[in-house]
Design a protein around this ligand. Sequence first.
Ligand SMILES: Cc1cc2nc3c(=O)[nH]c(=O)nc-3n(C[C@H](O)[C@H](O)[C@H](O)COP(=O)(O)O)c2cc1C
Length: 461
Amino acid sequence: MSDTGSGKRQIHVCSLEMPTISHNNYGLWAHPDNRKHLYHTIEFWRDCAREAEAALLDAIFIADVLGVADAFGGSMDTSIREGIHIPELDPMLLAAVGMGATERLGWGVTVSASYEPPFGLARRMSTMDHLSDGRIGWNIVMSYHHNADENHGIAPGSLPSFERYERGDDFMEVCYKLWESSWDEDAVLADRENGVYTDPRKVRRIDHAGEYYSCSGPHMVDPSPQRTPVLFQAGMSDRGRRFAAKHAEAVFFVARTLDGLKLSVEDLRRNASAFGRSREEVLAMVQLNVITAPTMAEAEDKVAEFQKWTRPEGYLAHEYGMSNFDPMKHPRERLLDEALALDGLTRQDSGTYGHGPEATIGEIIDAAADIRNEPMFVYGDPVTVADQIESWFEEFDLDGYLLRNYVHPGTVRDFGRYVVPELQRRGRYRTDYEGSTLREHFFGPGRKRLADSHPGARHRA
Ligand SMILES: Cc1cc2nc3c(=O)[nH]c(=O)nc-3n(C[C@H](O)[C@H](O)[C@H](O)COP(=O)(O)O)c2cc1C
């Protein structure tokens, strides 16, 4: 884990993006200054990339889903109307565009391991690592939308979460063998005199025959700067958390409650240690919600402005998108328990267990749409925001944050202009990139490759 030379632990920050119109900011796409509707243009992604690099962020992290949430209100209508993760472009291609506009910024790209064999994914990641000179990362997800399953010929409910991760372990074995062991470092000779491009003795098949995947190899791509991309994960089930503790180099959390976050980070540290991995080898990062401006009054105005454009439908569909519970169809004064009974739902399967028995439907709607209501939300002048960021960082034993975007341009630019200099002044944030690869941004100069204790490193030739 790198520090800034100040002796203090460095705070890592990635921008949380999704190549869609609305992601954790429902309704704000219509804000007159928001350019997110240009998300399907090359220039938009280049601008995001330049802004993130100017703020010296570690990376842009791009979330992705492969299906539409269709339970809320019993249809896809709300998702489609509000632009909730649809339309949605392919994040890998956007990262390729954005990396061309930057030199140091890393890229974390979400790709599901549930819908394709590992060979092609391993090749795409190696290609991206070459093109970016070692700045690519992979957010390994197993996917959970039943519409995504349907899109890939998987009958809904037939592939439980636990089994996805079992398959995922085998998937990773194939990738590690392709990335780490199929090619020797010095295999490419490019010997013009003797007409030898690659030494055939230094490239080998992997002949993987696992429970779920088989792959003979060799890998189609020669060793890239990082070989294995930086591995991100955010599994939430017990099995998912074990998968993260074994494979991930950076684990992302969304804090539903602060107590829950504390337990999740402690759990990660324990599980990682059981896999023989040290505290320094696995970064814990949490979604951070920041609205900042030079003064408190200006920040307050900005919060009020964003709140004005926020639409509850999107937040409710996001929150209850898997449960078929639609509070909007009940009168505001109705008690939650009464509404659930009428819909034939329980607190558990409706996802409303966070609310007390006295809660009304109106309160639930208002709470879902109140942008100040998020854990890990902070607004204010740079000192106020930096104080809070530092305090959470220590209190929850974090390594960094995933910065949620409200508007483009704006969120990352404000963070870079106002908060970054304050964090730098406190010795908590880099004043320049020290290494060239994403892994070096996370773990310090010289650490281009997986740590020796990582399970992927076992496969090194
Ligand atoms: C911060 C964060 C970001 C996530 N991003 C994605 C994503 O982009 N795509 C996705 O399919 N799942 C995403 N997830 C979901 C998980 O990675 C995981 O696939 C899901 O929780 C199902 O795994 P589980 O069975 O372990 O809960 C994210 C989760 C968190 C906490």
